[in-house]
Design a binder for this molecule. Sequence first.
Ligand SMILES: [Zn+2]
Length: 261
Amino acid sequence: MSVAVFSTMICIWCKSDHTTLSKEHAIPEALGCPPQLILDDVACKTCNNSFGKVDHALVKQFEIISVMLGVRRKGKRPPTIDSWSAISSEHCADGPHIYINRGPGDIAANGKKLRPARRSNGIEDAWIKPEDSKMGFSQQFGNDPLFLPSLYKIGLNLVAYNFGAETAASPQYDHVRAFVRSEKGASFLKVAMDAVPTQTATNRVSGPITKNGRAYPMFQVTLLGVTFLLDMAPDQPCLRDLRGAATMMGEKLYVFPAPKA
Ligand SMILES: [Zn+2]
């Protein structure tokens, strides 16, 4: 007698068993996912494909930095600015060429229509000093409503990476799934951000950080030099402690979203 054995794997998003799962980049490929964070056993194809907008929210926040730092995309393609309406870029032999429209009207540059830089499209305070060959602008950071869900998507992948997909798929993490999918009534998760970015072309993640015997870990995720602290607990006690400690020490710690003044 022979017994057919089918091994199944659980998808951490839909919690269904599948015989095959698709390749998941814990950090979006466009930002340069470290090879060890390409996970084969965490997400089914349907769920993987459903996160396009969430992943894009993260890519957009780091797109301009990724061009400045020359972070290669899929198939070693050079990075370009595609997600902002007032700014675009072109990859040239001498480095990136950046086009920005200071307004007041629309202009065509680099084969693309550029809108004037303004608060409503996220690029502000554009200035150019042709005499010094210098330009500058401010990019809004963290305003996209899918930005924090995109970070917690990395967080749940890190739970699966460190503790296994079964743990990540357990009800203990339903609040993270709901938040990443922007489900109605999902509890809102905050994130702390290091005030001093370093701008390096690499991404790093920590192992699980567990404090005071708490049931949920924290993870430190550094994307192109910007470090975020994700507290995987629904009530986020570690973030509360960190904020308290930073205030006491007079240190700067940004918590997204900032409390309303
Ligand atoms: Zn799934």
